[in-house]
Design a protein around this ligand. Structure first.
Ligand code: BTN
Length: 571
């Protein structure tokens, strides 16, 4: 591979400062200490041997003297693209080894494969591994990247259990390469590829990966095979659809950010986007990320290495200023959602993840829905539905949603409580895969009414609903005093808390899951998760928006799809 001629100044310096050590515990520790004590970055530590060389997942890295390259470098953090480091180090090592083998006129340079995300293999033997560790200094934090390459390590050097699994460049190719030349080559390629990450140029890496064999990442075909052998799922689900949300809001940029932060989503996409190519490209530009975006139609293959988009609108970016809802943004957001619903109903998509839309935009477009939930319920003809907010530590469902506090007491009927308890139980079992869920039902009044002293809704409205649920085999408990029930839930006593009104549930939920909470609609025939925030017009286009909630919504929707399929196959 030739390094292309550069027009722009590189952000990554040439790595020239090298310290050689004959023996050390781990070069990663040397680079870390040097960064922590002196704040030094881009300094390369190389050891002839390591006594405590370490690998990922607590494994050790066998580092006998004179037979391998063991090096570590502290490098600055590049923001959202840091998830690309291990893979980028693997790409740099692969290209360096290949280049050196070609230069050394190795008779048959072998095909080197990447085992996701950061091992290099020749045949069935692992020849190199990367260990990237985050570390904090006094003023900033840095990544320590550690690379180990077996150059001429003999089989005898590896313990019994690794003899079959490990290899070296010379054992696998029959070619001899010198450690000095490999170090020189590796530093050039590291500087070249890491520069792509600091430049935000994911396309360059994706283009390279397109031509490289990658093992260990579940492609749609390999997942199909795995699941069939489990006899659980007979068909790998279609992708999810992410609706782009209001084109003037933060939806487009959080979508770009989420894919950029999850390299495996580009290579093996869990979801496609329903939206507008021009707007997504503008968002990528605003984030200074060069990421491949391809147009896609249901039925097309999902080739990976790109964000795939069903283009529903062809908006002119000049007409859509950031942060300004209009009839065009309202109409477009509505169209993405209705198209997503249609494709789910036709089973061309396995579920929907919705980015935020804006009520004013809908109104300006003459569309009379207050939000997503109502559109979804209406279009799928669903009468019984409920809103759940879900995070790793807490799940809450709501008996009343957007209801003025003054009206709450009159709105919480026994029937509504029972309905929400049943929907919560069904979802916990079939969507979250919890065999015997425990549900807490919060009271309405202080201390749960204190035997009628502070209100009667607990006795008259909520308790009958809990009893009805219990009669049907649901493990519903309560009503509990609202001030303590959430503490018990986050400590593992309950799988979900049924809340009587919006802020009763959302205040504790957001206290814990402000960044990564997911909103989902229970009771729909289709899977639907959503971000737990709005269009954030004030920061749209600035790159400040956090994509954590969208990432969590995509992960949760994937899990629900798999659990629902599992439930339907097992039933
Ligand atoms: C793995 O395959 O799990 C990662 C192996 C990383 C090994 C290198 S060798 C140089 C640096 N120092 C260490 O202790 N580990 C890394």
């Amino acid at each position: 591979m030739r390094l292309s001629w550069r027009k722009k100044a590189k952000k990554v310096p040439d790595i020239r400062k090298i310290t050689w050590i004959s023996e050390t515990g781990s070069t990663n520790d040397l680079a870390r200490e040097n960064f922590q004590k002196r704040g030094v970055l881009w300094h390369c530590f190389v050891a002839d041997s390591q006594t405590r060389g370490r690998g990922r997942k607590g494994r050790s890295w066998i580092s006998p003297p004179g037979t391998g390259l063991y090096l570590s470098i502290a490098i600055p953090r590049p923001g959202i693209l840091e998830a690309w480091f291990p893979l980028t180090c693997a790409v740099a090592s692969l290209t360096a080894i290949q280049s050196l083998l070609t230069k050394s006129r190795c008779a048959k340079p072998p095909s080197i494969r990447i085992k996701w995300p950061n091992d290099l293999y020749i045949g069935n033997g692992k020849m190199a591994g990367m260990l990237c560790e985050l570390t904090s200094g006094s003023e900033s934090s840095a990544w320590i990247i550690g690379i180990g390459i077996n150059i001429s390590t003999s089989e005898d050097a590896f313990p019994e259990d690794l003899k079959e699994k490990a290899c070296s460049i010379s054992s696998a190719t029959g070619c001899q390469v010198s450690r000095d030349s490999l170090l020189k080559e590796l530093l050039v390629y590291l500087s070249f590829w890491l520069d792509k990450i600091y430049e935000g140029d994911i396309s360059a890496i994706c283009n390279f990966l397109e031509k490289t064999k990658i093992m260990g990442i579940a492609t749609r075909n390999s997942q199909l095979a795995t699941r069939n052998s489990n006899h659980q799922i007979t068909k790998f689900p279609n992708p999810l659809g992410i609706t782009m949300g209001c084109p003037a809001g933060i939806g487009p940029e959080i979508i770009i950010k989420a894919f950029a932060a999850n390299p495996e989503w580009l290579l093996s996409p869990p979801a496609i986007v329903i939206g507008d190519m021009n707007i997504l490209k503008r968002a990528a530009k605003a984030l200074d990320i060069n990421i491949p975006i391809k147009s896609w139609m249901p039925g097309d293959s999902l080739s990976g290495n790109a964000i795939h988009v069903i283009t529903r609108t062809d908006l002119n970016i000049e007409d859509i200023p950031w942060g300004k809802p209009s009839s065009a943004t309202g109409k477009a957001s509505f169209d993405y959602v209705t198209e997503g619903i249609r494709l789910c109903q036709e089973e061309r998509l396995s579920g929907l993840v919705t980015a935020p839309i804006n009520k004013l935009g809908l109104k300006l477009a003459g569309i009379d829905y207050p939000g997503h939930t109502e559109i979804l319920a209406d279009r799928t003809n669903t009468k019984r539905y409920a809103m759940m907010l879900a995070g790793d530590r807490l799940r809450v469902t709501l008996v009343t949603i957007h209801c003025p506090l003054r009206e709450v007491a009159d709105s919480i009927s026994t029937e509504k409580n029972f309905q929400v308890i049943s929907l919560t139980d069904f979802s916990l079992k079939n969507e979250f895969g919890i065999k015997k869920p425990e549900i807490a039902v919060a009271g309405l009044n202080p201390h749960g009414g204190e035997s009628g002293m502070f209100g009667h809704e607990e006795e008259q409205v909520i308790t009958p609903a809990i009893e009805m649920a219990q009669e049907r085999g649901i493990a519903a408990n309560g009503p509990y005093p609202p001030d303590t029930v959430f503490y018990q839930a986050i400590n593992g006593k309950f799988d979900a808390v049924v809340c009587q009104y919006h802020d009763q549930g959302l205040i504790p939920f957001k206290l814990i899951h402000f960044r990564d909470g997911v909103n989902l609609t229970l009771g729909l025939p289709i899977v639907r998760t959503s971000v737990d925030h709005g269009t954030a017009y004030d920061i749209a286009g600035t790159g400040k928006a956090d994509c954590a909630s969208l990432e969590a919504a995509i992960r949760l929707a994937s899990k629900i799809v798999v659990n629902r399929l599992g439930a339907s196959v097992n039933n």
